[in-house]
Design a binder for this molecule. Structure first.
Ligand code: ARG
Ligand code: ASP
Length: 715
């Protein structure tokens, strides 16, 4: 009996531990497949990824480079998040036709809107090409030379490895350079906007609720893939036809219960789960706080203007959301890493690692890795901080500086590549820059500039600053630049670009704004970048060997997954609530009741459309409600990150049950340190999505395209 109890306890620990990780869909057979079935999965690994038959991967493309989508009809209809379609929705919006505010629905295909630069990419197959990529590199001792050779091999393999003419070969590294996989892909370029709810549904709760559970956001939008007559990718043409997918997802509207199996397939962007303690400490103590402070200042200014002017609100909505998103994430991450004692946990791991190295007699190979890390991370600290300040202040958050930086690159191009390249770039800039100024407001940027340049001059490591910023008077500098620089409007920007290279360079160097960004960029390029790159290269090499050692010295059964790298992955777990704090437990499901609890009439973030209130009052939920309640969001232990937004949440049979869009506040540290106790992904319930399309928007045309599995008792 005692023995049985012990077995049960052991089993429990096992199933608890079997969570986390972002796995490669072509490599699930074996450990993952068994684990997934133990957790409740009913389909096989072959049904998730297969080269010869249609499988789930054929229904899950990457959406526009940074998100995920899923195909949900045989006419190329795809579903992704509202925040993933946000840029496109914003682009189609004006004060008169404000699709951000009011939503948009194409009630027939002719009404769908084109999106010139949008792309959707499918994975056709995945192959291991490690040996080919590493060919001829074993004997190279200089790290820079080795990387160069690898890049050359990748470039040549990408062109020589077999593929169809309309496909691409993409080679990506896994386990920090210990494995290379080839992805043969197809990228569709005619993607049309089909529908989105108003922001008061699709972005309900906005930045206050972002990264937070309990959540009540209907974060979805719809697009359609168009292809040429052969069903191959093609740029927009009126002759293109809806794409016929190899596979689309049936929709399960029966809902799940706590502890049911779920999995999420998608394109997670970047995680760093195997960083040493020294690096994590630097993130927590130095880098995150600095970045947070810069964004905090920029956001406060933008928010002030957006609240009082609808035109500015439209201009800055997408930029604000992007900046606010990681600002808030870094805060949650820092807090979570501290609370979980991640640095101490890493130190413990490192102590064990050292012991394993000794036990295996591998001191010569692996004995110095941790002391090398310690030395490198100490040495890189100021450079890394200066790099973050430069990126955040100049490239990301002060618009006049970021646009000035493009001109700085133009001048560099003339110096390095000559007249022809200069003219080509100049013409592209001249044409393309109206997109930037369309959403530019001088007053907003001026106020941001003053705050941020002051932070840069006072907080970024002094030893690297350009002379122009030593003891600078920020408000005087701001007034000077914003009265005199030509970077502040489309017309004057274009004036700067008029003329031959000599004239342009002369004009640029006489411009106050240009002079400032040039002095900043020059100082950065001279004082920070070379040293940063040098130490970083050492860290990359050390990390690769460290990863190799971890793989080699861990027991066979260890669940060591490769960090996210924007390639197709699958993560799995269970629907589950969690305990964020002492005496508090969060249940895993939310309903429309919660939307109404949060409702603040006319509020910037928590308004609710009248139509939704009416449906709520009438409990008019159709087939999508359960016992008089309308499900809205749910959470599970799936290990996701940025890029997983829009990913399908699937049930045990591989049917669509929801749409991933976020993580919970207490678990945002999962990019660096995943804990199954507290890390949860947030999904919008597919029943809420269908309810909004059907009952709220009355878009029966969309509902009729879908394959909805009717619950047995409702048939
Ligand atoms: N936090 C989610 C993700 O990282 C959602 C972001 C969009 N929403 C927002 N309020 N900014 O993408
Ligand atoms: N919201 C994220 C995304 O856009 C997902 C996440 O970071 O959890 O990909």
């Amino acid at each position: 009996m005692k023995f049985l109890k012990l077995l049960l306890v052991l089993f429990f620990i096992q199933t608890q531990a079997q969570q986390g990780g972002m796995w490669i869909p072509s490599l699930l057979k074996g450990m993952n497949e068994t684990e997934m079935k133990n957790l409740g999965m009913k389909i096989s690994a072959e049904e998730i990824y297969s080269v010869n038959h249609s499988s789930l991967k054929d229904a899950v493309p990457q959406f526009d480079g940074g998100c995920t989508a899923e195909v949900i009809s045989d006419k190329g209809l795809i579903l992704t998040n509202h925040h993933c379609g946000f840029d496109a929705i914003q682009n189609h919006s004006t004060v008169e036709h404000d699709y951000l505010r009011d939503g948009f629905w194409a009630y027939k295909m002719e009404d769908e809107l084109t999106n010139p630069n949008m792309v959707v990419m499918f994975v056709v197959r995945i192959e291991d090409v490690t040996t080919k990529v590493l060919e001829g590199t074993a004997t190279i001792t200089s790290e820079a030379e080795k990387q160069k050779k690898i890049q050359e091999n990748i470039a040549s393999l990408s062109t020589t490895l077999p593929k169809e003419t309309w496909q691409e070969n993409k080679i990506r590294t896994f386990y920090d350079g210990n494995q290379y996989l080839l992805f043969v892909t197809e990228t569709f370029k005619d993607i049309r906007f089909v529908g989105a709810p108003p922001s008061s549904i699709g972005k309900f709760g906005s930045d206050t609720d972002n990264w937070v559970w309990p959540r009540h956001t209907g974060d979805f939008s719809l697009f359609r893939i168009y292809a040429d007559k052969n069903n191959h990718p093609a740029v927009y043409s009126a002759d293109n036809v809806p794409y016929k997918p190899k596979k689309f997802l049936p929709i399960n509207i029966s809902g799940l219960k706590e502890n049911d199996f779920t999995m999420v397939m998608g394109y997670p962007g970047r995680t760093t789960e195997y960083l040493p303690s020294f690096a994590v400490n630097q993130i927590v103590e130095t880098l995150n706080p600095a970045k947070i402070e810069v964004r905090d200042a920029a956001l406060k200014v933008q928010d002030r203007f957006m609240r009082k002017d609808q035109a500015i609100k439209i201009q800055y909505a997408s930029k604000y959301a992007g900046v606010a998103n990681y600002w808030k994430k870094w805060m949650g991450e820092t807090k979570g890493l501290k609370k979980a004692n991640a640095v101490a946990a890493k130190q413990k791991f490192e102590k064990d690692f050292q012991e394993k190295v000794i036990k295996a007699g591998k001191q010569a190979e692996y004995g110095n890795l941790l002391s090398d890390f310690e030395k490198n991370y100490n040495e890189i600290k100021d450079y890394a901080l200066a790099r973050d300040y430069f990126t955040e202040v100049a490239l990301r958050n002060t618009e006049i500086l970021s646009v000035g930086y493009k001109l700085y690159q133009l001048e560099q191009l003339l110096n390095t590549k000559g007249e022809q390249s200069f003219n080509d770039r100049k013409n592209t800039l001249y044409k393309g820059i109206d997109d930037f100024y369309k959403d530019y407001n001088l007053e907003v940027d001026k106020n941001v500039f003053e705050q941020l340049i002051n932070l840069y001059a006072t907080k970024s490591p002094k030893q690297f600053l350009p002379e122009t910023l030593l003891n600078v008077d920020a408000s005087k500098l701001t007034a000077d630049i914003f009265t005199n620089s030509k970077l502040t409007s489309l017309t004057s920007f274009r004036e700067l670009l008029d003329g031959d290279s000599k004239t342009v360079i002369e004009k640029l160097n006489n411009d106050k704004g240009y002079q400032l960004i040039k002095s900043m960029a020059d100082a950065y390029a001279k004082n920070v970048l070379p040293k940063y790159d040098e130490i970083n290269l050492k860290n990359i090499a050390t990390q690769r060997t460290y990863m190799k050692a971890i793989l080699e010295l861990s027991p066979k059964s260890s669940r060591i997954f490769p960090d996210a790298n924007s390639t197709l992955r699958i993560t799995y777990g269970k629907v589950k609530g969690y305990k964020p704090n002492d005496a508090v437990y969060y249940e895993p499901f939310t309903t429309l009741d919660g939307v109404m609890e949060k409702y603040i009439p006319g509020d910037y973030e928590f308004d609710v459309p009248q139509k939704l209130i009416d449906l709520y009052k009438a409990k008019d939920y159709g087939n999508y409600g359960v016992k008089g309640k309308m499900p809205v969001c749910f959470i599970a232990t799936n290990h996701t990150t940025g890029g997983n937004s829009g990913s399908p949440a699937l049930d045990a049979n591989g049917n669509l049950i929801g749409l991933n869009f976020d993580r919970v506040w207490e678990g945002t540290m999962s990019d660096i340190y995943y804990s199954p106790d507290i890390c949860r992904n947030i999904m919008v319930d597919v029943r809420y999505v269908l309810f909004i399309i059907d009952k709220f928007a009355g878009a029966k045309n969309i509902i009729n395209e879908l394959k909805i599995i009717q619950p047995a008792n409702k048939k």
